[in-house]
Design a protein around this ligand. Structure first.
Ligand code: ZN
Ligand code: ZN
Length: 537
């Protein structure tokens, strides 16, 4: 059996594991690579996935970093079934359409710029039609129901307690007469999360691929997190400004509504502070949550049975159209605005940040993981300025990072989940879906606690799994870590500056208007250089 890592290897996004087992070739997840431009290039290079050669997909959950490339695979010839739980299917439909819409809009926006410059038109990564073409491939399986997508392979999906419908994949592979149990954890939820159930406990595996997003830290507890949220609200309410909450439309947004519902019950959400959910996707997802009662935890079901709807608030308003969204920016006075994307690098949230980041008294509350390279990460890391829609915006708003609302298990919760495996000593463990520093920290704790070594495979690495043997590893160092020749690049730039200095006289002899134009162009370059330098620093 072989597993090739096409994403979520020493990074968080782009989950995709191509498996060759029992004479089949299939994949677990096919997520979008998110972060900076360099990482996002990977989304275009799906030929390395060999989409036609993937027989079927097992999908852990509807988050884009696990499912976002499915339409792209279909566009490139994938025709197999995609197995998932029923709530994942409901969420996935709306999420893929939303993702396609974002792709189309961004391509259109960038095209306009390109065409103006005389360059070629930009095509979107995929379109709404590609997304719709994927729908007939969806095949649902309930938690705990064993199924066999191919001979020699039995699969059971377990509740991962991460978002509605999220699953862990438990697989039994029979190859040459030997059986091996392979578990992919998917994203492991934080126990005691509002609305959904706690992550399932699995006790046996020969090979375990485990997520490690928060491998290096624990979350603060729920009470502290609610208090922090109340603090942000009080801060901006007193200053008559807005509280902006970038949140994933699915899961995080609903948990935030529930949290605000709890604060309102406590008298800690002022009645004159409207709460806007500004994301058509979040509105649709909230409806799916409402009709998925059977997947909710006991606490939520008890509330519902008592006639209390945790997804309701008297001052809750939904902004569906673009006009309604824009109206929020025109509105003066305090308000809470929940909008997507959660990492602040796409969607309507960018407009809200552009209108509010520079306002003293406003606050921005981050409630989810912020990947490297995203605007969210820059703000969390204390950037004084960020670029939004190619405009530099000063950061004067107060930035809150409340990780207690995370949908992911923290370090000790990951260790606790791993601790349930009774096969730890013989099991081969691989850490996936985490940044390398977090993974190293987690593997250290695992070594101390259980005395076992965890492997941390890299992007495009292929691991061979054979029971009872050390996994053989094939690495592609030149692909995984292309070296950037900074020395050459900087020397090249220095040569240009030296040339400029040489041409100074020539510049001075030009007509005044020409000089002014040259000056403006150079100033622009200088400004963006200063921006780059301040980001590195
Ligand atoms: Zn997820
Ligand atoms: Zn994930």
């Amino acid at each position: 059996m072989k597993v090739k890592l096409l994403g979520a290897a020493r990074t968080v996004t782009g989950s995709c594991f191509i498996i060759e087992a029992a004479g089949r070739r299939f994949a677990i997840d096919c997520g979008m690579h998110q972060g900076n431009a360099e990482i996002e290039k990977r989304n275009w290079d799906v030929d390395i996935y060999d989409p036609r050669g993937i027989e079927f997909l097992l999908l852990t959950h509807a988050h884009m970093d696990h499912s976002g490339l499915i339409p792209r695979l279909v566009q490139k010839g994938f025709r197999g079934k995609v197995y998932m739980t029923p709530p994942t299917r409901d969420l996935l439909r709306i999420m893929l359409l939303d993702s396609a819409h974002i792709q189309e809009m961004e391509a259109q926006w960038r095209s306009r710029k390109h065409l103006r410059r005389g360059d070629e038109e930009i095509v979107p990564l995929y379109t709404g039609q590609d997304a719709i073409a994927a729908f007939p491939l969806f095949s649902t399986v309930n938690y705990g129901e064993a199924f066999s997508p191919a001979p020699g392979l039995t699969v059971v999906l377990r509740d991962a307690g991460h978002i509605l419908g999220a699953a862990m994949v438990e697989m039994t592979v029979t190859e040459n007469g030997t059986r091996s149990r392979v578990v992919f954890s998917g994203d492991i939820g934080r126990p005691a999360q509002l609305l959904i159930r706690d992550p399932s406990v699995i006790k046996e595996a020969d090979f375990l691929f485990m997520e490690s997003t928060y491998g290096d830290r624990d979350h603060r507890n729920e009470t502290d997190s609610l208090n922090e949220l109340a603090e942000a609200i009080a801060w901006s309410h007193a200053r008559e400004e807005k509280v902006i909450i970038p949140a994933f439309a699915v899961g995080r947004t609903q948990e935030m509504i529930y949290s605000l519902h709890l604060l309102a019950k406590d008298g800690r959400l002022p009645a004159d502070m409207p709460v806007f959910v500004d994301s058509p996707l979040a509105i649709q997802a909230t409806e799916i949550f409402r009709k998925s009662r059977e997947y909710m935890d006991a606490e939520t079901n008890m509330l519902l049975a008592n006639g209390e709807d945790p997804l309701k608030l008297p001052q809750l308003r939904f902004a569906l159209s673009t006009q309604e969204s824009m109206d929020i920016n025109g509105l003066r006075g305090p308000a809470v605005v929940i909008s997507a994307s959660g990492m602040a690098d796409a969607g309507r949230i960018k407009h809200h940040l552009r209108h509010n980041l520079w306002r003293e008294g406003a606050s921005v509350v981050f409630v989810g993981f912020q990947a490297q390279g995203t605007t969210g990460r820059k703000l969390v890391d204390g950037a004084e300025k960020v670029r939004i829609f190619n405009e530099e915006i000063a950061v004067r708003a107060k930035i809150f990072t409340i990780n207690g609302f995370s949908a992911h298990a923290g370090q000790s919760q990951l260790i606790e989940w791993l601790g349930h495996f009774q096969t730890k000593q013989e099991m081969r463990l691989f850490l996936i879906h985490g940044e390398y520093t977090a993974q190293q920290a987690l593997s250290g704790v695992i070594r101390d606690r259980f005395g076992i070594e965890a492997a941390i495979p890299d992007y495009l690495e292929e691991v061979t799994l054979a029971p009872g043997r050390e996994p053989a590893r094939v690495a592609y160092p030149e692909k995984t870590a292309p070296r950037i020749d900074w020395g050459f690049l900087i020397a090249d730039m220095e040569t240009r500056i030296a040339q400029l200095r040489e041409y100074r006289e020539a510049m001075e002899s030009k007509a005044w208007m020409e000089q002014a134009e040259l000056r403006d162009r150079l100033l622009e370059i200088n400004r963006s250089l200063a921006g780059i330098i301040s980001e590195i620093h």
